[in-house]
Design a protein around this ligand. Structure first.
Ligand SMILES: Cc1cc2nc3c(=O)[nH]c(=O)nc-3n(C[C@H](O)[C@H](O)[C@H](O)COP(=O)(O)O)c2cc1C
Length: 222
């Protein structure tokens, strides 16, 4: 797959086949992705790869926390969106729920759907990115963003799909309990990874983008 094809075809995969992802494939993807740039080459990312029983434990404990009504307390919280940004999120949810056949007023099914995010969309593996708290948050967020996208694009080369997910790490204490990531590290984001289940309607979603004319201004061109 060439680069432009990969960038255009990458999308969030929210349903996976159960087939495990070989460790050496994950190794290759991550090894390549460490070529990502970072400010001053600080490479603030730390990578924790989970699969098998450990991932199952995290999924189960996340769902238990959610079901018990524990308020999520992510290490890198995201503020609620407003205005047009919120509208884009609403549009995405409408598109997704239509595809998976969940009515707007069906709170039970919506809650069930939400659980899937906390279960890493039942992917057979997940990559958790964290950074030492001694490096400031805006710096690590930016650099982890870069390696995250690189991982997602590289995964396509191996026939793998990904979904970046804050939900998976909304209960950082759960992730810490099963991986030993210490408090001194800020758990930033997770990436679900596995072989896409293309039969799933969730994977038919093609999220929208604003046209370039709406977001780019040009200066100094004739
Ligand atoms: C920082 C970040 C966090 C995200 N967290 C979630 C999440 O918790 N659950 C989810 O379903 N998608 C999550 N996503 C995926 C976005 O919803 C998705 O990238 C966006 O809708 C664009 O769709 P696409 O990835 O298919 O192009 C996240 C993406 C990013 C960049």
């Amino acid at each position: 797959m060439n680069l432009l094809e990969a960038i255009r075809s990458r999308k969030s995969i929210r349903a996976y086949k159960p087939d495990p992802v070989p460790r050496d494939v994950l190794w290759e993807i991550l090894e390549i992705a460490t070529r990502s740039p970072s400010a001053l080459n600080a490479q603030p990312w730390e990578i924790t790869v989970v699969a098998g029983g450990v991932l199952e434990d995290i999924k189960r404990a996340n769902i238990e926390m959610l079901a018990s009504g524990v308020i999520p307390n992510p290490d890198a919280p995201m503020q609620p969106l407003e205005g047009m940004y919120k509208q884009r999120a609403v549009d995405l949810a409408i598109q997704l729920f239509q595809l998976v056949g969940i009515a707007r007023e069906d709170k039970e099914k919506r809650a069930e759907w939400m659980q899937r995010g906390f279960r890493f969309f039942d992917a057979p593996a997940a990559i958790i990115l964290s950074a030492d708290r001694s490096v400031d948050e805006s710096r690590t967020q930016f650099d982890i963003g870069l390696i995250t996208q690189t991982i997602c694009l590289t995964a396509l080369h191996y026939g793998l799909g990904t979904c970046i997910g804050i939900q998976g790490v909304m209960y950082p204490e759960v992730v810490r309990r099963f991986t030993g990531i210490p408090e001194s590290k800020r758990i930033t984001i997770s990436i679900a990874i596995g072989y896409p289940d293309w039969e799933s309607p969730a994977n038919k979603l093609n999220s929208k983008r604003e046209p370039l004319e709406a977001i780019a201004t040009w200066h100094g061109f004739n």
